[in-house]
Design a protein around this ligand. Structure first.
Ligand code: ZN
Length: 370
């Protein structure tokens, strides 16, 4: 990296005059095993293998060189991550939360997963009245998860109106304290502003979704903004998911306009944003969704440069991996995207992808191949 450097003998010189070079994009909220696994017929018990080929190719095609899994079949997602990190699989980098911690009777095991034992056993940790919370968090830590994923939601997202049990603030504090003791940050699924406040006050490191389908608590007060800017916490609003799921629950009023207003207020207040999409759930296209999310953030009031920065270096900071990737500078891995035009002119230009490098190798080529 630098200006006027000597070109080593035998090196290939690539002239990118007029193009834009960026760090690779990332998706801060994916279910990388996702619905493809859940749709598989005859789903029973543990799975012997993983592949996720469609998802990893879609991600790379769209310049997404890192993903944070917000909950997937475990240990498969962790085995997959380790193979990726060892360079054995062509894939975006993977940061993974493993099994998701939730309330007995609550979302998602008892709502979207319909208590299906095969899914719940592989993807969830249910906290019952007598569950030893610290022991469960220690188990996840021993498995090698990078994050602890928790659900802070009393909405049944399949019906409206309908509430379900939620983790108590006492449980939240114990989870967060135990996770931090093991050096694991906590990502909290929240569906409304009340959930968000509780999650942040209990010490969550990132809050996911913000205002989701079938919720009614939308008011982002100055107190909420002070809470979010006064702490080291990230908001990952998954606007794409709320947008594409709008109208999917019979009788539920629209919430996307409220989310857009909330995100606009947070942008103006200087809240830290991650860019994540909830890819892996129905209707969300892997890879492409990162570009949709940047477009929605800009529509909500974010500057194009801020949206691109959030989806690259910002996400890397959120992942605690900014010493490895997320910026174009000496010492960082060469996860790079070359665009044919500038996203500062129009955020939709992030889709104008010519080359994608993952760790210094060309993985997507629409440049030399021409
Ligand atoms: Zn999710």
């Amino acid at each position: 990296m630098g200006r006027g450097l000597p070109v080593p003998d035998g090196a290939q010189v690539v002239d990118l005059q007029g193009m834009t070079l960026l760090p690779g994009f990332s998706d801060a909220h994916t279910h990388f095993g996702g619905s493809a696994r859940l749709d598989r017929p005859g789903l029973t018990g543990r799975f012997g293998s993983y592949d996720y080929a469609e998802h990893r190719e879609a991600a790379l095609r769209w310049g997404v060189t890192a993903v944070r899994s917000a909950g997937d079949f475990t240990p498969e997602i962790l085995e997959f991550r380790d193979e990726v990190n060892a360079g054995k699989i062509r894939s975006p980098r993977v940061i993974a939360a493993g099994r998701m911690v939730q309330a007995d009777g609550g979302h998602p095991a008892f709502t979207v997963f319909f208590s299906d034992a095969a899914i719940v056993e592989n993807a969830c940790v249910i906290l019952r009245a007598d569950t030893d919370i610290e022991a469960e968090i220690a188990k996840l830590s021993d498995l090698g998860v990078d994050w602890i994923k928790i659900f802070v939601s009393d909405d049944n997202k399949m019906q409206y109106p309908c509430t379900v049990p939620r983790l108590s603030n006492e449980q939240l504090r114990r989870i967060v304290d135990a996770a931090h003791k093991h050096g694991k940050p906590v990502m909290a699924h929240v569906d409304d502003i009340g959930n968000l406040k509780d999650a942040v006050l209990c010490g969550a490191d990132s809050v996911e979704h913000t205002i989701n389908v079938a919720t009614s608590d939308h008011e982002v007060t100055d107190e909420v903004l002070r809470l979010l800017t006064g702490r080291d916490v990230w908001v990952v609003p998954t606007m794409t998911a709320t947008n594409l799921h709008e109208g999917s629950i019979p009788g539920a009023p629209p919430v996307y306009p409220a989310l857009e207003t909330a995100v606009g207020k947070m942008v103006r207040a200087g809240v830290k944003f991650g860019v994540g999409c909830d890819s892996g759930i129905p209707f969300i296209p892997f890879g492409e969704c990162v570009h949709m999310e940047m477009e929605l953030l800009v529509r909500a009031g974010m500057e194009p440069l801020a949206a691109v920065t959030a989806a690259t270096g910002g996400n890397a900071k959120l992942f605690r991996k900014n010493d490895v990737f997320g910026t174009v500078e000496p010492g960082k891995a060469a996860d790079l995207v070359v665009l044919g035009s500038s996203p500062l002119d129009d955020i939709r230009n992030t889709r104008d992808i010519r080359l994608v490098f993952r760790d210094g190798s060309v993985v997507i080529d629409r440049f030399f191949a021409q």
